[in-house]
Unconditional design. Sequence first.
Length: 514
Amino acid sequence: MGNTTNVAEKNRIDWLITLVPFILIMVLAVYLFIFPEQANAVIAQVRFFFGDTLGSYYLIIGLGVLIISLYLSFSEYGKIVLGKQDEKPKYSFFTWGSMMFTCGLAADILFYSFAEWVMYATNPHIAEMGGDVTEWAGVFPLFHWSFIPWSFYLVLAVAFGFMLHCRKRDRQRYSEACLPVIGEKHAHGLLGRIIDLFALFALLAGTATTFSVATPLMAEIIVTLFGITLSRTAVTIIILLLTCAVYTYAVLHGFKGISFLAKLCIYMFFGLQIVVLLFGGEGRFIIENGVQSLGKMVQEFISLSTYTDPARTNSFPQDWTIYYWAYWMVWCIAAPFFIGNISRGRTIKQTILGGYIFGVGSTISSFIVLGNYSLGLQTAGTQDFIAQYEASGDLYELIMNIIHSMPGSGLILVWILLCMIFFYATSFDSIAYTAACYSYKKLEEDEKPSTMITLLWCILLIVLPIALVFSESSMNNIQSVSIISAFPIGIIMILMIWSFLKDSKKYIKENKEK
């Protein structure tokens, strides 16, 4: 009987979709291990083509998806319930928001919140914009992490949610979401396979970018707290493996484990902000500059969203805005799918606007509080973080210096370390779950993937990040992985949104005729 069950399970697995990304990632990982310099040079060349030559493509998609999100919220589409018409939300707003926020943002948010403004302040483009350098340095983090990035998640989340909870489709994949436009023959044929392979590779690339950027900060914290003499690379590898174990444990316990970790993470995340705001000594500056930066971002939103630097006087949009839109686009494989899954019983309007309130609100508060703490010290002349960064070029060292300037820095370090671990665990829960669902030819709405397949993806998700860390890829090359992978995903996103609009319009008409 057991053998029969195992055979039946194996027959349900789409081995092409499961194994091809695995093989590609292993080949890329080995290439990065053996030929790190050559690999980084190739990655840089490909990034230049997609990010520089075709950069406007990413900006147009970004602004377009934001507009679509507002249209969906305030039109007749917004009244569609993701599920039965009289169905109530499965999760409370706080639990839903916690799971949504932590699955969509890994520990990167803490890494960038502390010191992203320094990278902007040292960029020549900021000086060209006129006014106070520190004023603009506080604006760009809010712009790059708020409305357009979250619109990617939320529009695709309602498209996935509609497919799962309204149309009850049993193929939980990008290709299935494109079915209304490309047709069943192509969705279940070669074109569908290509779409799904691109999606899975982008998912793995997004995972690699996230892990590779923020994990070395965790290594620095551990070395500082425990006086470990191992190299940053060695400690980083250990952390990656331990984090893999944590999120594997959580994902095997299903949505209950994920929701518990998500809420715990949110409590610690906002607790950290409250401590910094109340006891860091920069409370007034944090609030006032936060309000000013938010106002400045809203005032300049359209020009920031469409700035391309055609004369290439500084390449700022290519290095930053285009990179960020690409970074969020590759995360659109897992996060929207997961958000759509947990949004059953909510209307499209509730999902999108609720996502903006909880997601954008939480993101902005992090950059305002944690970023403006160090910016306040810089403005007052108490610390010169800009000079420190220009002297060393080491962002991890700079963030450690910022944390050490806080009262009770030892306790803050422990707090940040735990918060980052919980962020990683909850965000990669959703990724492992989504990837495992992709491995099945068919999977019912309430059915969960098997433990074996989930474990396979938990392990696979850690391979490329370790390779990038070992190859000592620069921040620029790590960013390149996202920019390259996001290009085909942009095309697939357009197909998916078009399919959703077409199918949901038909759904509204069907309900009116009942």
